[in-house]
Structures are given as structure tokens and as C-alpha cells.
Design a protein around this ligand. Structure first.
Ligand SMILES: [Zn+2]
Length: 115
């Protein structure tokens, strides 16, 4: 999961896991691990929403509770923060999900004796 989170191949930790922003590469560029069978589906966005929510909501609550800033200021601060955090985390969470799938031999990884 750690290698996947760092967007590296779950087997060798060297090759790129992603081809583009969030599309998983067909094979590892370093060790040749076939990544085409993996399917993370809706899990990465779901986990990303949970993580971002658990980071942002307590901060929003504390800011409102102790300083009560104007709603416009909160919108100016929180909306870009949420968008940036989500966009940064989504490919990494997807990489971690693919890494977990590979480690658990899920979604076709177990069919190849080389894995
Ligand atoms: Zn590799």
C-alpha cells in the first residue's frame, strides 16, 4: 500500500504505477508486472472522501467554534482547500488501493504465477 501511495509499482517500488493522473498503467515500466487486471472501481473516491472529510470537518468546526469567521471567508478558504486536498489524495489513494489488491492477490493478480 505504501508503494502504491507513492505511485510506484507494488512489486518493485521503482516503476510508475500510473499512466497519467489516475489511470493505472498496463504494466510496470521497471519489472513488467501486469497491472491491466486491476480494477479499483469506486473505492478510491470513497476512501478519499472519508479522509478529506475527517481532516477538514474538525478544522472547520474548530475555526467556527473559536473564531466565527464570516461565511464568505470560510468559503474562500475551505472550498479550494478541499478541492486541492482531494485532487492530491485521489491518485495516491487509488495507488494504495491497487497495492492492497496486489498484496491480497485480488482482481486477477493471483492468476499470474509470476506475481
Ligand atoms: Zn514493478
Amino acid at each position: 500500500m505504501g508503494r502504491g501511495f507513492m505511485l510506484r509499482c507494488p512489486r518493485c517500488g521503482v516503476g510508475n504505477l500510473m499512466k497519467g493522473y489516475i489511470k493505472v498503467a498496463e504494466t510496470c515500466s521497471h519489472c513488467g508486472l501486469d497491472l491491466s487486471a486491476q480494477r479499483a472501481d469506486d473505492a478510491p473516491p470513497y476512501f478519499t472522501i472519508i479522509i478529506v472529510g475527517h481532516v477538514i470537518v474538525p478544522l472547520m468546526w474548530a475555526w467556527e467554534r473559536f473564531y466565527s469567521p464570516p461565511m464568505l471567508l470560510q468559503g474562500i478558504v475551505w472550498l479550494p482547500t478541499i478541492a486541492i486536498l482531494t485532487l492530491l489524495l485521489l491518485p495516491r489513494v487509488k495507488g494504495a488501493t491497487v497495492g492492497l489488491q496486489w498484496a491480497m492477490k485480488m482482481h486477477g493478480f493471483g492468476q499470474n504465477p509470476e506475481t
